[in-house]
Design a protein around this ligand. Structure first.
Ligand code: AMP
Length: 397
């Protein structure tokens, strides 16, 4: 378990608490199109309010190179006010911690909440720059890191500030969301109930190689689907037509297959088309993919094989779609796998963020799964067995 200070270990009554959240939500103009990350942050914020803290929230949003109104967090303050049922004052400030933000903090009473401007308005943020870390540390008495989605990055608003706080003899604690993510991902990987089955999909072997290697050492079966399948096919000598392939990873795929033996489960049939287009006529093909065709989804026999592999599982970790799920005609494999996971009532089922999260939400089975991670890159790095700097920087218990 996480041997780090948590929000339950600190006293925030009457104190200024800076809480780093992950409010990096998709926006359509001013409208938040997916508020999963806001909802996921509420338990920690509510706890800090209930304990009488002066709650100063901060986050990044998108990738602005400096102050840029299109990346302002103002819409998040508005929606958070509604979700919390109390005002979340927005401290507009191009330098994030300038005069306006400092005045807003000075005005706070116990239980008040304010939100600072996008931390990426400061160029030092992504460089873990000391000046910004110190600015942030200067407006708070306690720091809480609840941003799992950025825990794999060493930035000023998670790592730099934690170091600055500790250097000043102040505390940096982990929020509930951070704890929850680590509890589920950590238990699944480090002390899973067996059988433990990992499902890995998505476009590229090169993106997932670290996860495949790490999980091959932990899981009983590793199911591979999606675009990276065809690099494995090429390594096995199965014809792949025009399917996605990373030619420079074919040797690596061979090595993985040798190491994995029958642990690795590949699709046995695929939905193929002549064009990368939702309206392209498609057919299910077993084995060799004919010239001129590309595989865009796994076929029904593969779904059956995967379900059979998963049916007795007690722990399942899933990252990456089984096909081009953004196109409705090639989404079935991903959706069927998601649906089947929802029926495994006896298993801990974890979705590791990114596109597979979008898929289970689209399908409406998200609430039947045990845990949907809020972090794409962070959960991948965690599943690779890496230490996440944002978590490592928090004060030890
Ligand atoms: P990743 O970000 O690595 O998880 O990859 C997700 C992307 O892989 C999605 O945009 C999918 O459309 C894409 N993808 C999955 N299967 C295939 C496939 N068979 N051919 C091409 N792209 C695919």
């Amino acid at each position: 378990m996480l041997n780090k200070k948590s929000v339950d270990d600190i006293n925030v009554n009457g104190k200024r608490v800076l809480c780093r959240c992950d409010f990096n939500v998709p926006l359509d103009g001013d409208r938040i199109t997916d508020e999963t990350r806001l909802v996921a942050a509420l338990p920690t914020i509510k706890k800090l309010i209930a304990d009488g803290g002066k709650v100063i929230l901060c986050s990044h949003l998108g990738k602005p190179k400096g102050p840029d109104a299109t990346f302002s967090l103002a819409p998040v303050a508005k929606r958070l006010s509604e979700l919390l049922g109390q005002e979340v004052k927005f401290a507009a400030d191009d330098t994030v911690v300038g005069d306006n933000a400092r005045a807003a903090v000075a005005d706070m009473k116990n239980g008040d909440v304010i939100l600072l401007e996008n931390t990426r308005f400061r160029p030092e943020e992504t460089k873990n720059g000391e000046a910004f870390s110190k600015d942030l540390a200067s407006i708070c008495d306690v720091f809480v890191n609840d941003a799992f989605g950025t825990a794999h990055r060493s930035h000023a608003s998670n790592v730099g500030i934690s170091e600055a706080m500790k250097a000043e003899g102040k505390q940096a604690a982990a929020g509930y969301l951070l704890e929850k993510e680590i509890k589920f991902l950590g238990n699944a990987v480090d002390s899973p109930k067996h059988p433990f089955v990992a499902i890995l999909g998505g476009a590229k072997v090169s993106d997932k190689i670290g996860v495949i290697n790490h999980l091959l050492g932990k899981a009983d079966k590793v199911i591979v689907g999606g675009g990276m399948t065809y690099t494995f096919y090429a390594a096995k000598g199965i014809k792949i037509g025009n399917s996605l392939v990373e030619k420079d990873k074919i040797e690596l795929a061979k090595e993985i297959m040798e190491k994995a033996g029958d642990k690795l489960v590949l699709p046995v049939d695929n939905v193929c088309a002549k064009e990368f287009n939702n309206d392209a006529p498609s057919e299910v093909v077993e084995g060799d993919i004919p010239d001129g065709y590309m595989a865009l989804d796994i076929g029904p026999k593969s779904v059956e094989l995967f379900e059979d592999t998963l049916k007795d599982a007690k722990t399942v970790v899933w990252n990456g779609p089984m096909g081009v799920f953004e196109m409705s005609n090639f989404a079935k494999g991903t959706l069927e796998v998601g649906k089947f996971l929802g029926t495994l009532s006896d298993a801990t089922t974890i979705v590791g963020g990114g596109d597979s999260t979008a898929a289970v939400q689209q399908l409406g089975v998200a609430d039947k799964l045990t845990h949907i991670s809020t972090g794409g890159g962070a959960s991948l790095e965690y599943l690779e067995g890496k230490t996440l700097p944002g978590i490592a920087a928090v004060s030890d218990k």
